[in-house]
Design a protein around this ligand. Sequence first.
Ligand SMILES: Cc1cc2nc3c(=O)[nH]c(=O)nc-3n(C[C@H](O)[C@H](O)[C@H](O)COP(=O)(O)OP(=O)(O)OC[C@H]3O[C@@H](n4cnc5c(N)ncnc54)[C@H](O)[C@@H]3O)c2cc1C
Length: 629
Amino acid sequence: MVFASADVGFKQDVPQVQNTFLEDPVMASVLERLLPGDVLQEITPDLVHISEWANTEGAALVDRMEEDQPRLRQYDSWCRRVDELLVTEAWTKQKEIAAREGVVAIAYERKYGQYSRIYQMAKLMLWSTGAGLYSCPIAMTDGCARVIELIGTQEMKDQVFARLTSRDPSEFFTSGQWMTERPGGSDVGRTETQAVWNEEKKAWSVSGFKWFSSATDADVTMLLARTHDTNPTAVPGSMKAGSRGLSLYLARVRDDQGKLNGVRIHRLKDKVGTKALPTAELELDGMEAQLVGEEYRGVKNISAILNITRIYCGMNCTSAMQRFVLCAKEYARRREVFGALLKDQPLHLATLANMELQYRATSQFTFYCVAMLGRIESLDNNLPEIRDRDIPLLRLLTPILKVWSAKNAFYLSQEAMESYGGQGYMEETGIGRAMRDVLVNTIWEGTSNVLSLDVLRVMAETAGEALQQYSDAVRGMMAPLRSKPEWVKSAKSLEESLILIAIRFTSYSTPEGRNVLEASARGLAFAMADVIAGSLMCQHAAWSEAKAKANPSNTLAAAEANVDRISAQRWCEELYRRVDHQIQSLGQEERYEQDKQMLFALADARAAATASKAKNPISSSSAFGEAKL
Ligand SMILES: Cc1cc2nc3c(=O)[nH]c(=O)nc-3n(C[C@H](O)[C@H](O)[C@H](O)COP(=O)(O)OP(=O)(O)OC[C@H]3O[C@@H](n4cnc5c(N)ncnc54)[C@H](O)[C@@H]3O)c2cc1C
């Protein structure tokens, strides 16, 4: 008789993903629709190569980066302050690879014109699986390059931009982006850091405390600071309050000898995830910096970085979702329960189908934004379709993409974990790390609420024009399908959802309706994402069907067209109910007052009652501890 032991008995067939690009039909198909055939043909070997790298060498680097996390050596043995940031060899290697692979460079070389962004982001999507968190400094590097390209001086272009976009690892620079301070990450108008002009050095001297810096090992950084008035008639030290007093600065983090430029690394953050990333608190004391763009235009000028980094968030979430879905499907093909494979268990199948649908929708929406970014960067911005359509539309869609993809990716990470059963909860599968890492996308570069409010701001600032562009885009995609019987239900659901969104926005765009509108902002952002993703899926399905019809002998094309149609129809037909719920459930006139009562009124009343009874009310410092879980 043989008994099961550690070595004898059942061993689960290990799920495998060899090459994400080759194994994921969704991404390949989106690229085929968006890129001219010759461009796709030329870049495909590079996408296959980077995906293979990410699944082998890259995956090993990620493991090493996770095991051996960054450390800070603040003092040397003789108690001299050194602030030495110790990063792993694997982390340093990632910088070299990012340069060599042109992860930033591809976008600025513009070899393929407007399609270069699509190529670069497609490569990023595949690369980021093997890059761990190196995609974070790369996002900020790309954003910094864009700002310099748009408003930097010639010197900045020659000395910094050229290195941010270099493919030579010995030349390549990365950039940080320092906005968040203790009084506010969302509300940067409360920035305490100050910039004083130093006539002798012909540079700005920046001092203050930055609460979050993820790219602490970066070569340069963009940062916000409150500008001291340089007008000779101004009272020395005078500054403008709020965000109108902020300017954008560019600084080297270290000099050529590696000495920090007026920066002290106060401490490294102990984070829930993104462990490989050296996020720190920084004290700035006379950091030498150069002004970027005009004085007092800091918030506007830094937005060019945020527009890029938020699309990176969308792409990183799409990449994570691609991985979650591939792994969950792969495991379902190999794991047997109750006499059948998981892939044949109806409830498991339904769970996976929801994940698949969410990934398909997200990849359509993300690449739609990327394609628009590519056009804006490469084509004449005075062309009516760029000036009047792409620019306002991308401004509206960027925060929507970021909010929506971040929440969806986290949801999918949880489903992916559960789909592996107990093994999913084990660190060895990497799902836990991926889940912790993907979660940060809901917070950095703008939290869900803050970005949802940004969507309202864009709609209000453009007096509804952005909303009109958005509705036109959705209707434009549905126009060729509306008369086809099989698309009638989808088109109706999309149209009715658009109407709901417009009604919600217009009926509450009054001072009295402001609270209700704000309370529904998240629901609105989600609804708008769901709707545009639905129209993109329909457009893709129509393209896929045309492709299959043009090649009747191609059975694979017919199968793809079938799946694209089923997915688009399912997404759209279920849309209206979801949109109705998203919009109505959060914002109602009476709810705002009810919410206040439910959350705080009772506690306030109890505190008042206690205070009136007690002769000496208990001081808050002795009675309460820090609110922690
Ligand atoms: C891992 C990590 C890395 C980071 N790296 C960087 C970096 O490199 N550079 C950098 O500058 N920052 C960085 N950040 C900081 C991040 O961008 C901020 O934490 C974020 O923008 C939120 O700001 P806050 O922490 O001040 O929160 P707050 O702004 O205080 O927000 C607290 C809560 O209030 C909500 N809220 C705020 N305003 C409103 C409103 N008007 N209506 C409704 N709800 C609202 C928010 O949604 C949030 O839930 C990083 C953060 C993390 C976690």
